[in-house]
Each structure stands twice: as C-alpha cells, then as structure tokens.
Design a protein around this ligand. Structure first.
Ligand code: FAD
Length: 450
C-alpha cells in the first residue's frame, strides 16, 4: 500500500498531518509537489513568491532526502497531474493538508474522483489555527469584524498540540520521474533583482524555526510597544515562513505560549492572519471584489502610468513611502506599518484603485498570500468589511515623525528622498479623496434598503 503525499503550501516535515498519516503505509510514500500555473482557480504566483518557492522546495527536497524520500516535482494542472502520478505509482492512499483559497474546489473534485476510483483520499487541517467554517457567530454565520471573531476563536478549544515528528518515513520502492527544479525557472536570471533577498531571508523549515526561536528569545519584550517602528527589528519576520507553511501556526502558537514571554499581542497578530483567511474563505476571490459593494461605484482616477511608476520605484518625495517601496524591492518584504502608509498613499493620495497596488504587492512580496494581501489592501482602502474608515487617511509625513522620528529607516532605504520633489500635495489630495468618498456615501444614502 503506497501513500501519495501531496505537498502544497505546507513545505515542512514537522507537524505535517498528511505526511504523518503516510507513516502507517508499509509500502512507503511518494512525496509530490505540483507547480500548477494552468488551473483557473489558482492565482499565478508573483515573481518574489517564485523566488521563495524555489528555495523552499530545495530545502524541503534536502530535508526529505535525509530521510530517504525523494521529492517528486511535476508541472501542470493539479487535476490532471495528481491522478497521473496516482496511476503511475498505484498509490491507494492520497493525503494532503487543506488549503482555503479558490484552489480548494480543485481538491474537492479530486477527492471525489479518487474516492470513486476506490482510493482513500483524505485531507487534513494544518495551515490555520481554526478551520474557517468552525468559527461562527451566534446566528451561525461568519464574522465581519475582527474583535468578536478573535474573541470567538479564543473561546474555542485551544488549537491541538503540534504532531510529533514522523520517525519511520519510508520511500515507496518505485518512484515516478521528477522534473528538475532548475528547469522550472522560478528564480530571476537577467537582471537578477533578487540579490538582496538571500541576505534578508533563509527560506525553509530550519530558517523558520530559527526565526521563531530568535523572536521568542528576545524581542517579545519590546513587541507591544515597538512593533510599529520600522527601524526596530522587533517583529517575528515569520510571515513568509507561515505563508509557505514552513512552520505550522500551531507550532508558533504553542511555542510562544510555552516560552513564558508576554505574547498576547503577538498571538492576536496571528489572529489577523486567521481573520484574513476566514474572510477570504467566505468571500472569494478577495482580490477582485471589494467586500463593501458600495465601493464598486468609487470614482477611482484613471491610473496615471507615470505616478504609478514613481510609487513602485519609491520616488514620490515622501520619505516613508519611498523607503517602504524600496525595502519591498530590495528584500521582498516591507514593515507592516509602512505597508499601511504606502497603500494609503496609492489609494487615497493618488486615488488609484486598490487592486492596482494589491497586484504590485502580489508580484513583489515573498509573503504574498491570497488572503492577507487583498484583505489588508481592502482594509486600508476602506472597502473591507472591517475596514479603517475611509476618512482615516494616513499622512506619510506625520507617520514618519511618529514612527521613524530619528529617520533611521528612511535613511537606510531612501536617503535621497528629501531631495526629490513631492509628487502630490498631501492636503489637496486628501480633500480630493474625501470628496470622492462623499459620492459613494451619497450613493449609499440613495441606495434602496436591502
Ligand atoms: P509579526 O508582527 O511578527 O506578526 C506575526 C504574524 O502574524 C505574521 O508573521 C503574520 O503571519 C501575521 N500578521 C501580522 N499582521 C498581519 C496582518 N495585518 N494581516 C494578516 N496577518 C498578519 N501579510 C502576509 O502574510 N501576506 C501578505 O500578502 C500581506 N500583505 C499585506 C498588504 C498590506 C497592504 C498590509 C497593510 C499588510 C499586509 N500583510 C501581509 C500583513 C503584515 O504586513 C505582514 O504579515 C507583516 O509585515 C509580517 O511581519 P512579521 O512576520 O514580522 O509580523
């Protein structure tokens, strides 16, 4: 009896329910990763995400190889490839950890098909602390506001302990052919825009665990007070590791609590990740439609290609915006506070549709994910369900004074910003944004009830 373990956004060995389930198989396992760029329900990865995926797969393949298991790489529609590999290997069990975006519809169809063929197809929880459908309002619906959502989560039974590491993994004797990772061309060649990524990150399970341990050993003390200050290195830096499932949120949760540190604020940030997925699960596809449909009528400006280029390159003349956009380009990431400021600048001061900025982040973030990215963009733009009210416009100059008063962050990433002319006037563009908002508000009042 051979088990096929289908890896997706869970590129780890620890606390991997599908892999652990495979240890029971006397004929061993086949470990498979499918690069699916052809299914309509899967959003194609951005450039920075591909860079991460390449390195993470390399690490996972190495970690599995140490246990004698080759990682089989295949490319194509998962709905074709998985049954092909099942047929090639004669696997009678097919296990995977669940995903919660649009790709889950592929999984549902596959599961049904495999079961009809008499195979044991089984999915497991693993990427979230709480399954999105288990957290319900008293009326049985899903949540639209974070605080009651997180309260409801905390009132539920605590997430189970992580599984012990699988010890007796054995490879199936017959292994199917595999693509070569290098042939997938996931990393940039010329120009190689990712040279700074490797200095900032160590993709893979070992890197994820090291990040967590470093965080718990130190910065938790300053986390609550200093997490909004981009020059201070006090947040965990776990977001890409969680995004790719190199560490499970349960491991983070239980290790954080066991550390004895004051981790309440940190865990509630994990709660935002849960809430983003809860929202995405119930409102797909989150990157296409605003949760607040009143915003469908919002008078976004026609995108000005030059202004967009200036924002993307970090040449707006506003230090915090420019530093953030260049940190993003240089490292594939950006501090959370600065993500809010740069997103607000694009949507409010430049009056560009949030989907344009979301698409840029999707392409340039190593942690870009189907839930957190559109969810946060909607939150900042004001069209999310539980959004910052539209009139709350982040003033980049004030934010800089407050959160980078010594200028350490801006000097690091955009020291030349002070020399640049500011591309827009903050006061005038703020007034323009508020006037645009008024048109939506009035359409709201005019809209018939229901
Ligand atoms: P910590 O402060 O250490 O927090 C711990 C973990 O909580 C993070 O690793 C992350 O998984 C989660 N988390 C923290 N804040 C948020 C949040 N606001 N929303 C959801 N989860 C959160 N995060 C992504 O993982 N992927 C994205 O594509 C993404 N896009 C964003 C776009 C915008 C416009 C904004 C404002 C935020 C976005 N975020 C996204 C959230 C947040 O900026 C990052 O998760 C954060 O920068 C991670 O840093 P950290 O790991 O050091 O966080």
């Amino acid at each position: 009896m051979t088990a096929l373990i289908w890896f997706r956004d869970d590129l780890r060995i620890s606390d991997h329910a599908a892999l652990s389930a495979g240890t029971a198989d006397p004929d061993g396992i086949v470990a498979l990763y499918v690069l699916d760029e052809d299914s309509e329900e899967v959003r194609p990865l951005g450039g920075a995400a591909k860079w991460w995926l390449h390195h993470s797969l390399e690490r996972l393949a190495g970690d599995l190889q140490k246990r004698g298991i080759p990682l089989v790489l295949r490319r194509g529609r998962a709905e074709d490839v998985v049954p092909e590999v099942v047929a090639e290997t004669g696997a009678d069990r097919v296990y995977w950890n669940r995903r919660y975006g649009s790709g889950r519809h592929i999984d549902t169809r596959l599961k049904q098909r495999l079961r009809e063929e008499g195979r044991d197809a089984h999915s497991f929880p693993g990427s979230l602390l709480f399954e999105p459908w288990t957290v319900q309002t008293q009326a049985g619906g899903h949540f639209r506001v974070y605080s009651p959502f997180w309260r409801a989560c905390l009132a539920m039974p605590s997430p189970p302990d992580p599984l012990p590491d699988p010890e007796s993994l054995r490879a199936a004797r017959e292994q199917p052919r595999s693509d070569r990772l290098d042939d997938w061309d996931l990393t940039p060649k010329r120009p190689d825009w990712a040279t700074g990524f490797a200095d900032a990150w160590e993709p893979g399970e070992a890197g994820a665990l090291a990040r967590l341990e470093r965080f718990l050993a130190g910065p938790t003390r300053e986390y609550a007070a200093r997490r909004d200050f981009p020059a201070d290195d006090v947040t965990s830096g776990l977001s890409p590791h969680l995004r790719w499932g190199e560490i499970s949120p349960r491991t983070v949760w239980h290790r954080a609590l066991a550390s004895g540190a004051d981790v309440g604020d940190f865990l509630s940030e994990l709660g935002w990740r849960e809430f983003a997925w809860h929202t995405a699960f119930h409102n797909p596809p989150l990157h296409r439609f605003g949760l607040n449909r009143q915003f469908d009528a919002f008078p976004w400006k026609d995108p000005d290609a030059e202004q967009l280029r200036v924002w993307e390159r970090g040449e707006t003349g506003y230090g915090l915006v420019d530093a953030g956009m260049r940190e993003l380009w240089g490292t594939g990431s950006m501090h959370n506070r600065v993500r809010m400021v740069t997103a607000s600048f694009l949507t409010k001061n430049l009056l560009m549709d949030w989907r344009i900025g979301e698409a840029w982040f999707w392409d340039t973030l190593v942690d870009a994910d189907e839930a957190s990215n559109p969810f946060n963009w909607q939150w900042v733009a004001g069209c999310g369900a539980d959004a910052a009210p539209y009139f709350r416009i982040f003033n980049p100059a004030t934010q800089q004074k407050k959160f980078d008063p010594e200028g350490h962050y801006v000097n690091l990433w955009a020291p030349d910003s002070v020399m640049r002319p500011e591309i827009v006037d903050l006061r005038a563009t703020r007034a323009r944004a508020l006037a645009a908002y008024d048109t939506v508000r009035h359409s709201e009042t005019a809209a018939p009830p229901g």
